[in-house]
Design a protein around this ligand. Structure first.
Ligand SMILES: Nc1nc2c(c(=O)[nH]1)N[C@H]1C(S)=C(S)[C@@H](COP(=O)(O)O)O[C@H]1N2
Ligand SMILES: [Mo]
Length: 406
């Protein structure tokens, strides 16, 4: 039954249960009236998010961070973006949770309970960068449909789980395996139980990486519901759409997985560059794999006022998909000259790296601080939107903040 219908038909006693306290004057409630407390839920409370997070969509829930909210080295739940394609599963009982491995390339399908996964295989913890392929989409011109992410659809939390490769080795897969595809418990917005909101995956090489996890913990605790409780695939450094939440199945395929949002134009970019606004045929669109080099200045907040007598310490994070970031620079003169930042090594592969710099300003007035990362293959972020594409993916243009020196 739909929530709204339930509420309309609810009795006073069931409303009391939902609200969690006696409704004084409940006998005076007009017929069919929905008490405010059970009307549209407050997403900040519901998902335990910081009040400064920005809601982009409520059906399904999509929420992003602002740059200064991402200053922590390890992203906590409060500041982690939410990207949902369907409805979050309800009434999850962890004791009954199973995951089934099937597909053309498994010898025999096999099901594990969550408890079996936790006890049978060695557990590993990695800090892993997850960035939505559409992060930065709001800058596309002509615009691209979809959530208008600015810069905040990125996170780097610590994930604990078992290696997907250990489980795949336990099952035994055939030599013709090409791809894995996940299946999950979230439901399609249409309500059609036969439709999956999303079912993506990764090639075998990525599935077999040490850092690719079937995770059941985030930052040392059960994964929050919105982020995939109780079991999530984590494929760091790739578009976060490859990291299935609420997973209850993995198909090992003998071809590129063809689940929902793997085919057509979803999470794909033109195989060859196109002009802004060009139409691109489906067969000329290629699947996004490793994410491009990118960085964020997370301190200070854009718009900060700085005392001229003091030095300004800036810091932030940089990441480059499968690669390491090898250089981080900043400019205070609109990109005409660049200075090196201090750049830390990642805590493990596929984790973002922290940078900092101390800046002195010679004169009072308005400045912008621009930041630019370069990956281990020498590729740098561009200053303006790189490579327009029809669906608005992979905008890794430089981040900038405004500063007034007083
Ligand atoms: N089952 C399921 N997994 C999913 C999604 C989803 O809608 N359903 N969204 C994907 C997309 S597009 C992104 S960007 C990430 C977002 O992860 P987060 O909400 O934990 O930040 O989850 C991915 N995994
Ligand atoms: Mo995404």
């Amino acid at each position: 039954m739909k929530r709204r219908n339930f509420i309309k038909k609810a009795t006073l006693s069931s409303l009391t249960v939902v609200i969690g306290s006696e409704i004084v004057f409940g006998n005076m409630l007009p017929k069919g009236y929905i008490p405010l407390a059970v009307q549209d839920p407050d997403p900040f409370k519901l998902f335990n998010k910081d009040a400064e997070m920005v809601v982009l969509n409520d059906r399904p829930w999509n929420m992003e961070a602002k740059a200064h909210l991402l200053n922590e080295k390890i992203t906590s739940n409060k500041f982690m973006f939410i990207r949902n394609n369907g409805k979050i599963p309800e009434n999850i009982t962890i004791a009954n949770w199973t995951i089934t491995f099937d597909g053309e390339s498994v010898k025999t399908p096999k099901t594990y309970t969550l408890q079996e996964l936790k006890t049978k295989f060695e557990q590993h913890t990695y800090q892993l960068t997850l960035e939505c392929g559409g992060n930065g989409r709001s800058e596309f011109d002509p615009p691209a449909k979809g959530n208008q992410w600015t810069i905040g659809a990125v996170s780097c939390a610590r994930w604990t789980g078992v290696r997907l490769k250990d489980v795949l080795e336990d099952i035994g897969i055939k030599n013709d395996a090409v791809y894995i595809g996940y299946h999950a418990a979230d439901t399609h917005l249409s309500g059609d139980p036969k439709k999956e909101p999303i079912s993506r995956g990764v090639p075998m090489a990525k599935a077999f990486q040490e850092e690719t996890l079937l995770a059941f913990k985030m930052n040392g605790k059960d994964i929050p519901l919105a982020h995939g409780y109780p079991l999530r695939l984590i494929a760091g450094g790739w578009p976060a759409s490859a990291s299935g939440k609420w997973i209850n199945g993995i198909s090992v395929r003998n071809k590129v997985h063809d689940g929902t949002k793997m085919t057509g134009t979803a999470y794909r970019v033109p195989c060859k560059p196109v002009a802004p606004g060009d139409k691109v045929k489906d067969e000329d669109m290629c699947i996004i794999e490793s994410m491009p080099v990118k960085s964020l200045i997370t301190y200070p907040k854009s718009g900060a006022m700085i005392d001229k007598k003091k030095k300004l310490l800036i810091n932030g994070h940089a990441w480059a998909g499968e690669l390491e970031v090898s250089k981080m620079e900043y400019s205070i003169d609109f990109g005409s000259s660049w200075q090196d930042c201090k750049l830390e090594r990642p805590i493990n592969r596929l984790a973002w790296q922290h940078f900092s710099a101390e800046i002195s300003f010679s004169k009072k007035g308005y400045y912008e601080i621009w930041a630019r990362a370069t990956d281990a293959q020498g590729k740098s972020q561009s200053m303006i939107l790189p490579g327009w594409n029809p669906k608005g993916y992979l905008n890794n243009a430089c981040h900038r903040i405004a500063i007034k020196v007083i």
